[in-house]
Structures are given as C-alpha cells and as structure tokens.
Design a protein. Structure first.
Length: 153
C-alpha cells in the first residue's frame, strides 16, 4: 500500500475500545504468542467467519511464530503510519488474545473502509457483540463514510 495516511492528519486515532466482554488495543509484536495461539487454534472457525470466507487468511497450514511476528510488526507499522489500523481483542482480566479487528482502505476502492473481525472458536458467542460494538465505534468515532463490514447473521 502507498505510504499515505488513511485518515485525516488532524484525526486523533482512538487507541482503545472497552466493553464489559472485551477490550481492543492496537495489535503489536508484544501480542505475538497469544495472537498466534488464538488464530492457529481456530483456523476453521476464522475462515468460516463473514469477511474471511474464501480468503487465503488465515493460512490453512498456519505459519511460524516468527512469520506471525513479522505480520504483527507490519500491522503495527501501518498503525503508526496511519495506513491501516489493526486491533487485538483481549479478554478482560486475563489480557489473553481472543480475536482481532482489521480496518484498512479497500483494495478496490480506497474511499471504502474494509473492516474484518474474528474471534477464537471457543469465544464464538462474542462474534456478534464484537461486530455490533466495532460497527457503532467506527460509525460514531471514526471519519469513515463507507464501511464494508460483513454483517453477522
């Protein structure tokens, strides 16, 4: 992606979303082990989640912890450069990674914001509440006009 900001220069990017059932914070290298365990233990569940169906991520065979770390660093660099925003979904109390939210310009049309989220298979009941909270947050607190975020049934 080009080295340009995804949001206006004067926009103060939110760095957390807190609900009673989960907390979002920027995804970074410090989440590597817990993030890796979260998605590799739920590959089939994530791939069946709206927005990921038919996608090549997550890879069916997983990936190494080192490659995951590089991926997390790329997301952190995008966040710092305001080119895209990836948030880890943490369980209150334990701080364990239970999901992820990706906010990027759509590849086909940069005026559209592509949003995807997933939760671990053992936290599947949080998929709809996460979707609702993120959709409300993006609508109320972010400068995006058009969101492409696959609804939950």
């Amino acid at each position: 992606m080009a080295d340009q900001s995804f949001v206006p220069a004067d926009f103060d990017v939110p760095t957390e979303l807190i609900t009673p059932r989960f907390r979002l914070e920027p995804l970074g290298p410090e989440h590597n082990a817990s993030d890796h365990a979260a998605w590799t233990g739920s590959i089939d569940h994530v791939r069946a989640t709206p927005g990921f169906q038919g996608s090549s991520w997550p890879p069916a065979d997983g990936m190494s912890l080192e490659r995951n770390l590089a991926d997390l660093q790329r997301h952190a660099d995008d966040f710092a450069g305001r080119r895209g925003f990836t948030f880890t979904v943490l369980e209150p109390g334990t701080g364990e990674v239970i999901g992820c939210v990706y906010i990027y310009p759509a590849r086909s049309d940069v005026s559209v914001t592509d949003v995807r989220s997933w939760v671990r298979g053992d936290r599947a009941e949080l998929d709809k509440p996460l979707y609702a909270a993120v959709l409300s947050w993006l609508t109320e607190d972010w400068p995006f006009e058009t969101l492409d975020y696959a609804p939950r049934g």
